[in-house]
Unconditional design. Structure first.
Length: 261
């Protein structure tokens, strides 16, 4: 994901117009790709709710450094458009992980009646920039948005954490509801997956940052989740399992329902 230090942020979809289209294979079996925008599949507890999911990074980012390294304004400074993301020691890429979990989660949310939009339409494109990802949620007037990631911390560290926004100009009005959203996501994810809170940053599975464009530029409730540390063997084994990714998705859906009901 976007890092404070030592990890370039990258990815500009607008520059290249490469919204391209087929998911790069993930480890294990995956769900069919979901459309970028979609209505609710059935009546349910989330009927009438609009949710935007942001699968971190993209499969074509690494091949287009000139696009993803382009600086964009993130509310309190400039950062690169997006990043390539991390990967497990076995080569399972973060962009593939986030794409798979997001599609599984979209299906679970639609089954509950929500209208769900993804910020990218495939795992083979470039971008979009972090600012455009925030803008997609803003234009949709989303009731909640979630950016899904896997971390790339030291291999000895493990666990998940949810990132909450800090006030940066135009996002001040969403800081409090985002904290409620993040707490609901954290609690449901912990309960459903039994994964521990990250042991290397944050407190009780929550962290606050003011350097992420996806949070700084949002005008609707928004949080990030680092679903685990992809460099840790134990976390990586879970994240590489299709069955466990389904558990992750179902747990996140419970978090949205807890927040929005």
């Amino acid at each position: 994901m976007e890092k404070l230090v030592g990890k370039p942020v990258a990815a500009c979809l607008v520059c290249l117009g490469l919204l391209a289209c087929h998911a790069r294979p993930a480890t294990g079996s995956g769900p069919p790709p979901a459309p970028k925008g979609g209505g609710s599949a059935a009546p349910g507890p989330l009927s009438g709710k609009v949710i935007v999911l942001d699968p971190g990074h993209n499969g074509g980012n690494a091949a287009h450094p000139e696009a993803i390294s382009r600086p964009v304004w993130v509310g309190n400074g400039r950062k690169a458009c997006n990043t390539t993301g991390t990967a497990t020691a076995d080569g399972y890429a973060e962009h593939a992980f986030t794409w798979d979990v997001s599609n599984r989660l979209a299906k679970a949310l639609r089954a509950r009646g929500a209208r769900v939009t993804l910020t990218r339409g495939s795992d083979a494109g470039v971008g979009p920039c972090v600012t455009e990802r925030a803008a997609i949620g803003n234009r949709a007037r989303a009731d909640a948005t979630l950016s899904i990631h896997g971390d790339g911390a030291a291999a000895a560290r493990h666990g998940f954490h949810v990132i909450l926004p800090m006030p940066v100009g135009g996002n001040r009005g969403i800081v409090a509801p985002s904290a409620r959203l993040g707490t609901a996501i954290r609690d449901a994810y912990r309960s459903g997956t039994s994964m521990p809170y990250a042991d290397y940053l944050g407190k009780d599975g929550l962290d606050r940052r003011d350097d992420l464009g996806g949070l700084n530029m949002s005008t609707v409730p928004a949080v990030f989740i680092e679903c685990g540390n992809m460099k840790n063997p134990g976390d990586a084994a879970k994240m590489s399992s299709a069955a466990f990714r389904q558990i992750m998705a179902e747990s996140l859906a419970e978090g949205f329902e807890d927040y929005l009901r």
